[in-house]
Design a protein around this ligand. Structure first.
Ligand code: HEC
Ligand code: HEC
Length: 388
């Protein structure tokens, strides 16, 4: 009895019950629930990695210390700098053998290191990755990266150290670099002390490096944008033009994927974003299907240029792209018509609605986060790496 089954599922969905949805094939046909609320003002941490001030302080030093990279030239802050909203104002990243920050960063010559093929996310609010429309999430299983290839901030934190073009460089193999980095930290007395203060007695390990950095990242949340204030009851926090933009955002169908407090369903969708002109090979993602994760729409002020490869320099350009693909046009010749997400074809966006939608998106910016940069790091290396 499909009618009865659908009715039961509808009731279950309305009640927010998990695991009682229709078959995966049918999910695509049904429109997702567009639920929007303010972000919670506190974060969850995994049971085995509670948040402490000692861990935050240690994680901050590690985040800015290029000692974590093979050639001691790149730190996490190289591509996620507080002055750039913990993201960077450039399309695709330059890690090893680069110098400068953001749009001014270039490769040194000679150079044999490739570009990182993706656009750097902001670290802000990554503590909430994986959040469902109702604000529920498990910190261990929060999806990370444009292709969700890793879950949880702890696990994510060692990935850039392993990646040749981000931090590892040419002088260490993938299976050597973590023990090399651990040895380096063990030989620095200040780190020995800081790790003991944070984790109690015991050796420094790669696992503890990940836990400290993840804890620092959990301190980087922005939960008081004008949109959050509005959702918590301050009706004057956003203007009537911005409110109209919010209504259009929902009506047009943006909220079918960008929903919940993070404005992301954390699912992957095929949009057929044009390839980066800087890359010689097409980036189709690990499943080679051109699906990328819906990014959060919070703090777009800092995540420009937009999309997984930074192809679009402005929000206006993003919206024009949506208008194109919803009308059945394509901008990436490698993606065939039948691969596009059906929800994209359902978008109903008009040029005259675009300015209002952009003004609404700007209510999701929040500049209230720590921009603290350590004066020095325990290795004695330049803070942040070669970013001058
Ligand atoms: C060379 C530039 C570079 C460096 C160095 C770097 N990152 Fe990233 N980061 C990126 C890029 C690019 C992405 C997106 C990659 C992808 O999705 O495939 C990213 C993604 C992330 C994400 C995922 C965010 C999300 O919403 O999914 C986190 C968290 C993160 N980086 C933390 C770190 C930490 C911690 C370090 C240091 C250990 C670091 N990054 C070093 C460029 C960099
Ligand atoms: C089918 C799901 C879906 C719909 C509907 C959708 N988006 Fe997206 N959005 C995505 C995905 C997936 C990406 C990343 C695509 C990529 O990089 O390949 C994205 C990227 C973006 C970005 C770039 C963010 C950044 O930091 O790089 C913005 C802005 C955006 N969408 C806004 C909108 C607006 C406004 C609408 C409505 C007109 C909309 N989206 C409709 C899934 C969707």
């Amino acid at each position: 009895m499909p009618v009865l089954r659908n009715l039961i599922c509808l009731i279950a969905c309305l009640l927010g019950l998990a695991g009682c949805g229709p078959e995966p094939q049918q999910v695509k046909e049904k429109l997702p629930l567009q639920v929007f609320t303010a972000l919670p003002t506190t974060v969850n941490a995994p049971a085995n990695n509670p948040i402490t001030q000692e861990k935050i302080a240690l994680g901050r030093l590690l985040f800015f210390d290029p000692v974590l990279s093979g050639d001691k030239d790149v730190s996490c802050a190289t591509c996620h700098h507080p002055d750039q909203g913990y993201a960077e104002f450039r399309d695709i990243s330059i890690g090893v053998n680069g110098s400068g920050l953001g749009s001014k960063r270039t490769f040194k010559s000679p150079n044999s290191i490739p570009f990182v093929k993706r656009n750097a996310h902001t670290i802000l609010n990554t503590a909430f990755n994986g959040m469902d429309p109702y604000g529920r999430y498990q910190p261990e299983t929060g999806e990370m990266f444009w292709d969700n290839r890793v879950t949880g901030l702890e696990e994510q934190a060692v990935e850039p150290i392993l990646a040749l073009e981000e931090m590892r460089g040419l002088h260490y193999e993938k299976d050597q670099i973590l023990s090399e980095v651990v040895q380096r930290l063990r030989s620095i007395p200040e780190y020995q002390d800081l790790f003991e203060e944070a984790f109690g007695p015991g050796d420094i390990t790669a696992g503890k490096i990940g836990q400290a950095i993840a804890t620092f990242e959990r301190s980087l949340i922005t939960t008081n944008s004008r949109f959050d204030q509005f959702m918590r009851g301050d009706r004057d926090a956003i203007s009537s033009a911005e409110l109209e933009g919010f209504e259009l955002f929902k009506k047009v169908g943006c909220g079918n994927c960008h929903n919940g407090p993070m404005f992301s369903d954390y699912q992957q969708h095929v949009l057929g974003v044009p390839e980066s002109k800087k890359l010689s090979l097409s980036d189709s993602g690990p499943a080679e299907d051109f699906a990328f994760r819906t990014p959060s729409l919070r703090n777009l002020r800092f995540t420009a240029p937009y999309m997984h490869n930074g192809s679009f320099t402005s929000l206006k350009r993003v919206l024009e792209f949506y208008e194109d693909i919803s009308g059945g046009r394509e901008e990436n010749p490698h993606v065939s018509k039948d691969q596009y997400d059906p929800l994209i074809r359902k978008l109903n966006i008009r040029v005259r609605d675009m300015a209002a939608i952009v003004s609404f998106l700007n209510t999701l910016n929040d500049e209230d986060f720590s921009r603290e940069i350590p004066e020095s790091v325990p290795s004695g290396l330049p803070v942040g790496g070669e970013i001058e």
